[in-house]
Design a protein around this ligand. Structure first.
Ligand code: GLC
Length: 583
C-alpha cells in the first residue's frame, strides 16, 4: 500500500536541451599538487562513510549510536581505511534521518551524548584514523530554537530574517511566493499560521517541510556557522562533509523558475542553471570556512556535497581557497559502460587537476542505490528515487555483487581520494523488500510512494551471521527491517575467508597504500572495445566489461596478478577487474 500524496508533484516534461556552462576562473593550474606533507593526507585517502543510525547499536533500541560506532571501530582499522566520515548525529527530530538538525552543537539522545562524541573522536585517533563530521548549513530542523523563535515572532521581524519567509501570492496570500519545488517532491514552500490564528507567511524549504532553509544573506547566520565549525574543531574533528554545498545562496528576488528550470527541478537534472543551486555567491562562504579551518592547521578538510554538473563546474568547489574535495557524483552516476566510464574518468582527472585538486571517486552513499544493485541496471535511477522489487531489470544478487566488486577494484585503482559507504565492503545489495509501513524516507511520503526513496541503502548492516539482528543490535531490533538473507554478508562470515568481498576490500586497501596508487601517475592503455585498461605507476588495472571472457595470454594482462575481483582460472571473466604488477 502506498501512502497518500501530501503534496502534488510538478508535471513531468521532457529533458531540456543543454545550455552554455559557466567559465572557469582564471587562476586555475595545470595539475594536482602532489606532496608528501602529512597535511595532504586527504589527497589520496580512503574515507569510509558511517551512517550512524545503521552502523552499530550499543543500547539495543534498534537505532545505531555513537557508542556502537566506537565499539566497532577496530573493524574499520582492520579494513584499512584512512578516515571515517560520520553522517549527522546532532539533536534532531529525525524527520530526514538527522539531516534535520535542531541543535548543531549537541548530540541527539538517540545517538548518545557529547561525551560519547568525544570518546568516538579520541578512539578514532588512537586507532590511527581521522574523523570527518557532517555539517548541514542549508537548513535546520523546524524544531531548532531559531525557527521556533521565527514562528513566534511577527512577519518581517529579525527572528524571521534568519530564514526565508515571504508573503504569499494571490488575493489573500494563499499561493506560494514562487514556483520552486522541493527536492523531495511538491512545492518548496509551506504556509504558517500566525500568532493570531490566521494563515500567514510562507517559508522556503528546498527539502522537507520540516527543514526550513536558512537565509545566508544574513551575517548572523554566517557567524553562527563559524562558531559551529569551531565547536567541532575544538573537539578535535579533522574536517567536515558539507551537506548541500551547492545550496545556501538563492538568486536575488527569488524569481520563479523558467520553464526549463521547472523541468530540471522536477526530474532532478543537476546540469541546469538553478535559482537555488550552484549560485556564485556560495563560493565566498567556502572561502570564509576555509579560513576558519586553516587556523586549526592545514590538515583539516572540507568536502563538498555539490550536485552540480558538469565536473568542470563541480571542480569550482575544490579551488585552492575553498573546499579540499568534492564528491565525484559524475562518476557515481555513470552506468556500467566502458565508453562512459572512460569519458568520466578523463573528465574527472582533467576538471579537478585544473584547480589543483585531486579527483575523488565514490560509488555508494546514503542517498543512492547501492552499487552492487545499481550497476546491474540499464538505467541509473534518478537521485533519491530508489528501487524496489518491481523495478524493471534488477540484477540477480550474485551478478550484482560480482559487478559491484569489479567496479570497486576499478575505482580503488584510480589516483586521488576514494569514499566508501558502510556495508559496501560486505558486498551488500540494495534492500528491496521494505514494506510500505516500515519506510521512513520523506521522499516516499512526499511523492505518495512514486519514489521508493533511500531506505533501501540505509538498512542496518550485518556483523555476525548467527546473532540476533545480525549483531547490529544486542536486542535484534532494527529501525528498518534487515533482509533474512543478509547473514551470508555478515562481517564474521567473510573475515579471513579468501575471496570474500571483505577480504577483497582489505587486500585492495593494503595494496593501494603499498603501491601508492592514490598519488600515482595515470595513463590509459590501449584495449579492445569493452575493456578498460590503465596503468597507475607500475600497476595495471584492467576491467572486462565485454560480456565475454578474455584470454589470460593477452599481452594486456602480462605480469603478476596482484588481486582479482573474480578468481582467474585460465580466463578473465566478464564483470571482473584485475590488478597486475606489470611485467
Ligand atoms: C543531502 C543529504 C541527504 C539529505 C539532504 C537534505 O543531500 O545527503 O541525505 O536528505 O541533503 O539535508
Amino acid at each position: 500500500m502506498k501512502p497518500e500524496a501530501t503534496t502534488p508533484l510538478a508535471p513531468w516534461r521532457p529533458r531540456a536541451p543543454p545550455r552554455p556552462r559557466p567559465r572557469l576562473r582564471e587562476d586555475i593550474v595545470a595539475r594536482p599538487d602532489i606532496s608528501d606533507s602529512p597535511d595532504d593526507w586527504w589527497r589520496s585517502a580512503v574515507i569510509y562513510q558511517i551512517y550512524p543510525r545503521s552502523f552499530a547499536d550499543a543500547d539495543g533500541d534498534g537505532v545505531g549510536d555513537l557508542a556502537g560506532i566506537t565499539s566497532r571501530l577496530e573493524a574499520l582499522a582492520d579494513l584499512g581505511v584512512d578516515a571515517i566520515w560520520v553522517s549527522p548525529f546532532y539533536r534532531s527530530p529525525q524527520k530526514d534521518a538527522g539531516y534535520d538538525v535542531a541543535d548543531f552543537c549537541d548530540v541527539d539522545p538517540v545517538f548518545g551524548t557529547l561525551d560519547d562524541a568525544d570518546a568516538l573522536i579520541a578512539r578514532t585517533h588512537e586507532l590511527g584514523m581521522r574523523i570527518v563530521v557532517d555539517i548541514v548549513p542549508n537548513h535546520s530542523s523546524d524544531q531548532h530554537a531559531w525557527f521556533q523563535a521565527a514562528l513566534a515572532a511577527p512577519p518581517h521581524s529579525a527572528a524571521r530574517a534568519r530564514y526565508i519567509f515571504r508573503d504569499g501570492r494571490g488575493d489573500s496570500g494563499e499561493l506560494p511566493p514562487n514556483t520552486w519545488q522541493s527536492v523531495f517532491g511538491g512545492p518548496a514552500w509551506t504556509r504558517v499560521i500566525e500568532a493570531d490564528g490566521t494563515p500567514g507567511q510562507w517559508y522556503l524549504h528546498l527539502f522537507d517541510s520540516t527543514q526550513p532553509d536558512l537565509d545566508w544573506t544574513q551575517e548572523q547566520v554566517r557567524e553562527d556557522f563559524d562558531a559551529i565549525l569551531r565547536f567541532w574543531l575544538d573537539r578535535g574533528v579533522d574536517g567536515f562533509r558539507v551537506d548541500v554545498a551547492h545550496g545556501l545562496v538563492k538568486e536575488e528576488g527569488l524569481p520563479d523558475y523558467t520553464d526549463e528550470q521547472l523541468i530540471a527541478a522536477s526530474i532532478g537534472d543537476t546540469t541546469a542553471p538553478s535559482p537555488h543551486f550552484g549560485q556564485e555567491g556560495v563560493h565566498e562562504i567556502w572561502r570564509r570556512w576555509r579560513a576558519v579551518l586553516e587556523r586549526y592547521g592545514a590538515d583539516r578538510i572540507l568536502v563538498a556535497e555539490a550536485w552540480v554538473e558538469p565536473l568542470t563546474r563541480m571542480a569550482l568547489w575544490a579551488r585552492r581557497d575553498e573546499m579540499h574535495q568534492a564528491f565525484n557524483f559524475g562518476y557515481l552516476m555513470t552506468p556500467w559502460d566502458s565508453g562512459a566510464l572512460r569519458a568520466v574518468i578523463d573528465a574527472s582527472l582533467d576538471a579537478f587537476s585544473r584547480v589543483g585538486a585531486p579527483s575523488t571517486w565514490v560509488l555508494s552513499n546514503h542517498d543512492v542505490v547501492r552499487h552492487a544493485t545499481r550497476l546491474g541496471l540499464a538505467d541509473v535511477p534518478p537521485l533519491g528515487h530508489g528501487v524496489g522489487r518491481d523495478t524493471p531489470g534488477l540484477p540477480e544478487t550474485e551478478h550484482g555483487v560480482r559487478r559491484g566488486r569489479a567496479a570497486t577494484l576499478l575505482m580503488l585503482g584510480l589516483p586521488g581520494g576514494a569514499y566508501l559507504y558502510q556495508g559496501e565492503e560486505l558486498g551488500l545489495p540494495e534492500a528491496l523488500d521494505i514494506p510500505a509501513q516500515a519506510r521512513q524516507d520523506p521522499a516516499w511520503f512526499r511523492t505518495g510512494g512514486e519514489r521508493y526513496g533511500r531506505d533501501g541503502c540505509r538498512v542496518p548492516i550485518p556483523w555476525e551471521a548467527q546473532a540476533p539482528g545480525f549483531g547490529f543490535s544486542p536486542t535484534g531490533a532494527s529501525w528498518l527491517p534487515q533482509p533474512d538473507a543478509w547473514g551470508r554478508f555478515a562481517r564474521d562470515a567473510q573475515r579471513g575467508v579468501p575471496g570474500s568481498t571483505l577480504e577483497m576490500y582489505r587486500s585492495a586497501l593494503a595494496l593501494r597504500a603499498d603501491l601508492a596508487l592514490g598519488t600515482g601517475d595515470f595513463a590509459w592503455v590501449d584495449a579492445p572495445p569493452g575493456v578498460i585498461a590503465f596503468d597507475n605507476g607500475a600497476t595495471r588495472i584492467v576491467t572486462n566489461m565485454t560480456g565475454e571472457p578474455v584470454t589470460l595470454q593477452d599481452p594486456l594482462l602480462a605480469g603478476e596478478v596482484l588481486l582479482a575481483s573474480t578468481p582467474l582460472e585460465g580466463s578473465f571473466e566478464p564483470d571482473s577487474t584485475v590488478w597486475i604488477r606489470r611485467a
